[in-house]
Write a protein that binds this ligand. Structure first.
Ligand code: TXA
Ligand code: MG
Length: 375
């Protein structure tokens, strides 16, 4: 399939592009589009056959339900048998925005969207291009993240192109996504709403509106719990290289571990704050003097704030698939605010190879500690 690439310009030309994209979606085709979280792969959410094409393009297991995207609060009504007070309060507080609500579904939602569940996930994105497209389509737009299943979600149109060229009808390029992590998913059908996937609308923001909110225990990586969002059970966001996440005090050992791994002859990728990158710069000079060279050290600083980390994380993870280090060392961060979502994605990206330091003792949650960490 020939895939069209359309750049959005934020001027009158956009209306023409949106009309063409909407025509494709109405005809049952799949179009990738930007949102404030990550890029989505959109199809007519009320057309099972069109929705099936999304699963094919991504290679997504069909037991993993999709989110329906709307562009007007009142468009949620036909999709549900009814909203409770918690759902209404969240819509009021956070829509449009990076919050997806799981609600009881009505008959018009195809099983292909809900994967046979009695509920449906609905989101009203804040991104202007996404809103224009959904409005032009005149139907709810089913859209998962626009990556091949298992890869980090794309946060710019080039990354979408890399995964979806030849597989979908068109890609709309609306620039970089501001938030960079997928929306928060909240199940509002429980008496106390449950966060199924952390995201840009944080735990703190949700408790302020709802009082009590639970976090799905499966998010802690405890395999004895089955996640309630089917998508959260899959290995995800994983770069091709082995990745270790250094949490808490272990993060302080990152520069030393990187040097040890370089001395073993490894190509080392490092995902860290600007401050840690500067500390590593010092080590790099020491190594250069010893003739080790620094071309084997691939440092990817994400900036200073948790928001910058969220915005850059998926791009940097995908970038490691281009540079292919032997090992990636990632610096853990605080779980406050959007840090909870960032740590959730980094733990999954690392395949739960989480390294911690307690009472001077290093340990790893899955597998065994590599040699360069213990010496
Ligand atoms: O930010 C986002 O949410 C992006 C953009 C494109 O809007 N979309 C996105 O979709 O991340 P996707 O398909 O990659 O993730 C949807 C998540 C999955 O973990 C899925 O299992 C869960 O939402 N989900 C969907 N419907 C559900 C339902 N009825 N009950 C529980 N979980 C559901
Ligand atoms: Mg996804």
């Amino acid at each position: 399939m020939q895939t069209c690439y359309w750049k959005l310009q934020s001027n009158e030309q956009d209306a023409e592009v949106m009309a063409q994209a909407a025509k494709l979606i109405q005809a049952g085709e799949v179009v990738a589009f930007p949102t404030e979280t990550v890029y989505g792969l959109g199809a007519n959410g009320l057309n099972s056959e069109a929705v099936t094409k999304i699963f094919a393009a991504k290679g997504r297991p069909n037991d993993n339900p999709l989110i329906l995207h709307i562009a007007d609060v009142k468009d949620v009504e036909p999709l549900t048998t009814g909203l409770n007070e918690n759902a209404k309060a969240l819509m009021e507080a956070f829509w449009p925005g990076p919050l997806t609500l799981v609600i009881n579904k009505s008959e018009i939602v195809p099983d292909a969207v809900s994967a046979g569940l009695p509920t449906v996930a609905v989101r009203y994105p804040a991104n202007k291009f996404a809103q224009q497209l959904i409005k032009a389509c005149g139907c709810p737009v089913a859209a998962p993240s626009a990556n091949i299943s298992g890869r980090p979600s794309p946060t710019n149109a080039q990354d979408v192109w890399e995964d979806m060229q030849g597989k979908v009808a068109a890609v709309l390029d609306g620039g970089n996504c501001g938030i960079g992590l997928e929306s928060t998913v909240v199940d509002t059908t429980e008496p106390v709403p449950v966060i199924l996937r952390p995201g840009g609308i944080t735990y703190e923001m949700l408790t302020e509106v709802l009082g009590a909110v639970e976090i799905d225990p499966a998010l802690q990586g405890d395999s004895s719990y089955k996640p309630k969002a089917p998508g959260m059970k899959y290995r995800h966001y994983a770069p091709k290289s082995a990745m270790y996440l250094l949490e808490g005090e272990a993060a302080g050992l990152l520069p030393k571990m990187a040097v040890n791994a370089l001395e073993e002859g490894k190509r080392v990728g490092v995902l860290c704050s600007r401050a840690t990158a500067e500390a590593l710069g010092a080590n790099e000079n020491v190594l250069a003097k010893e003739g080790e060279g620094s071309e084997n050290l691939l440092v990817s600083p994400w900036g200073d704030s948790l928001e910058e980390l969220a915005a850059n994380l998926f791009y940097l993870l995908r970038d490691f698939d281009r540079t292919m280090p032997d090992v990636i060392l990632a610096e853990g961060v605080s779980e406050s605010g959007i840090g909870l979502a960032v740590m959730n994605r980094m733990r999954k990206a690392a395949g739960y190879q989480i390294v911690s330091l307690e009472d001077g003792e290093l340990s790893v949650k899955i597998g065994s500690l590599p040699k360069f960490m213990v010496k």
